[in-house]
Design a protein around this ligand. Structure first.
Ligand SMILES: Nc1ncnc2c1ncn2[C@@H]1O[C@H](COP(=O)(O)OP(=O)(O)OP(=O)(O)O)[C@@H](O)[C@H]1O
Ligand SMILES: [Mg+2]
Length: 546
């Protein structure tokens, strides 16, 4: 049984920083190849930690105990909409340590000063993200060294990684030792930092809630594991998801990750909120209305998800659970300037300016291409080679699953989980569709479902495929258009600003008609023409941009 001090070895307090700084420092910690000796980590029991927190609150956002809180940050903090906000926290920070009682809601925005020498030695242990290039590299080295004697381990890192593995676990050497994995690293942050607006989904792994973050007022999807994690397979799944998100960074077609932490032995992941729900929801909605995705919409879906997959695969990772309920939709506001009149066509065909952005989410099954730890995803979308444990071409398993996803979106009957029909589909017999697809598009889907993985197109090939190229062109044209609008706007603003400067410098106040309006809207009036009050006498004052 773990002792209290053992527990503290596993304790890592990520809640001690504001989101941005904590995220970057978490990432920093995860990416930095270091394992700390158990002796060097904090062994303070939980109750003591509360006290430490109280004593360590500082007014420094940056974490430096001496930096005064910037006015802008202070103002921002005051905007929080809850009594459990940093405002109260910050005011309490001036109280003497002994009398500072830290309540649940205050824990989230605690900034460690580490002024206390004892606390300074409380360096937390960290997990090693198996998906970082560093880890791949080390892992390779580690595998080569497996047969060597352990006394050649002057490499501290390798030395400390080894002892916790049994021989059967050696294959999983790239994952961190379980006892270091997920613990109640942090105290309740969920309630103090987020306001829950409702549950938006439930999956195998957990429930997902729509939340607004108290500090920044933005919406997020917060995923909480359903079952306690410690020591369970769920723990590794949860960690995989976090590791994968952290390594993947940002891509327009991958759901964005903000933060993750453990609370009451449940993993919590803060992700981008996708306001259009999942593709599964969209399909169900269409079905209820007796509608289907049109072919242009399906092509758009295929192109966007292929872009996300291309990115994931280029990071040497595979998703392994591509399916409609793991593809999310963001409804972008349509372009605002100058495009009101010409968006109808594309709107209809599901093109880029229809504002639908598909994003790949639920990274719980992600694994590395080169040293795969396969946790099979939904069997309805599983490629047969994966079932046969042939992991030599895993990216093509994602392509297979995407092919079936498209068929479902095109109205195919529900996919079988097993049985004859399951095998029939994997022998290149496509289910019948209620809609007529062009032969080019249909044969593209057919190749994605080829029984031979090498015959399936790669994600990168899909992005360049002639059937989808037209869409790529449209997407590029749309982006160019957006860019031009922005360039025009910037030029206008620069011009207006220059005029404002000149006006301010000129000895005699000169009236610049419509200047304020120009700066606000970015539209330039013609020289010498007044936009407003043409018949009224000229005023001597003018507005300046703030
Ligand atoms: N970022 C998000 N934005 C909007 N809705 C989301 C988001 N993430 C999840 N959901 C909703 O919650 C559902 C479950 O999410 P997710 O797939 O991540 O959970 P899971 O437990 O891993 O599922 P699975 O059963 O596929 O393993 C999704 O199908 C979707 O409806
Ligand atoms: Mg899911």
């Amino acid at each position: 049984m773990a002792t209290g001090s053992d527990k503290m070895v596993k304790t890592l307090d990520f809640s001690s920083c504001g989101e941005d700084s904590s995220d970057s420092s978490l990432d920093e910690w995860i990416r930095t190849p270091k394992i700390l000796s158990p002796n060097s980590v904090c062994r303070t029991p939980r109750v003591q930690r509360h006290r430490t927190r109280g004593s360590s609150i500082s007014l420094s956002i940056s974490g430096s105990p001496t930096t005064p809180i910037p006015y802008a940050a202070w103002r921002k903090l005051r905007l929080c909409d809850s009594p459990s906000t940093p405002k109260s926290l910050l005011s309490k920070s001036s109280l003497p340590t002994s009398s500072t009682k830290i309540c649940r809601s205050q824990r989230a925005l605690h900034f460690t000063s580490c002024a206390d020498p004892v606390q300074r030695s409380c360096i937390p242990s960290v997990n090693i993200n198996p998906f970082t290039p560093d880890t791949f590299h080390r892992n390779g080295k580690h595998n080569k060294r497996k047969s060597r004697r352990s006394d050649d381990d002057d490499d501290d890192y390798g030395h400390r990684m080894k002892p916790t593995h049994t021989s059967s676990e050696d294959d999983e050497a790239f994952l961190p030792p379980k006892r270091q994995a997920v613990q109640a690293f942090m105290l309740s942050r969920y309630e103090s930092e987020f306001l829950e607006l409702g549950r938006i989904g439930v999956g195998e792994f957990g429930a997902v809630y729509k939340c607004v973050k108290r500090l920044d007022g933005c919406l997020y999807a917060i995923k909480r594991s359903r079952r306690p994690l410690a020591g369970s397979a769920n723990e590794q799944l949860a960690l995989k998801e976090v590791y994968a998100h952290a390594v993947l960074g940002h891509h327009p077609h991958v759901v964005r990750y903000y933060s993750a932490w453990a609370e009451d032995d449940h993993m919590i992941i803060q992700n981008e909120y996708c306001n259009g729900g999942s593709l599964y929801d969209a399909m169900a909605e269409k079905e209820a209305c007796g509608e289907l995705f049109s072919e242009p919409q399906l092509r758009n879906l295929l192109l966007q998800v292929s872009m996300g997959l291309k990115y994931i695969h280029s990071s040497s990772l595979v998703h392994l659970d591509i399916k409609p309920s793991n593809i999310f939709i963001c409804q972008r506001a349509s372009l605002s300037v100058g495009d009101e009149g010409d968006s109808d066509d594309e709107e209809e065909d599901g093109g880029p300016s229809s504002g639908v952005v598909y994003k790949i989410g639920d990274l719980g099954h992600v694994t590395s291409i080169n040293s795969p730890q396969v946790e099979e995803g939904d069997s309805r979308f599983l490629a047969s080679e994966v079932l046969q444990e042939d992991y030599s071409n895993l990216p093509k398993a994602d392509i297979f699953a995407l092919g079936l996803t498209l068929l479902l979106a095109a109205g195919s009957p529900p996919l079988p989980q097993n049985g004859d029909e399951w095998h029939r589909i994997r022998k290149a017999n496509l289910p019948s569709l209620p809609m007529e697809l062009s032969s080019a598009f249909r044969s593209l889907i057919q190749t994605m479902l080829d029984p031979e993985p090498s015959q399936r197109p790669s994600a990168s090939a899909l992005c360049r495929h002639p059937v989808l190229k037209e869409r790529t062109g449209k997407l590029a044209a749309e982006l160019r258009k957006e860019l031009n609008v922005e360039k025009f706007r910037t030029a206008m603003l620069e011009k207006a600003l220059q005029e404002a400067r000149l006006a301010a410098l000129s000895p005699q106040p000169s009236f610049k008609p419509g200047l304020q309006q120009t700066i606000e809207t970015g539209s330039m009036p013609k020289a010498g023409r007044r936009l407003v009050g043409k018949n009224a006498p000229r005023s001597m004052s003018f507005g300046c941009p703030q």
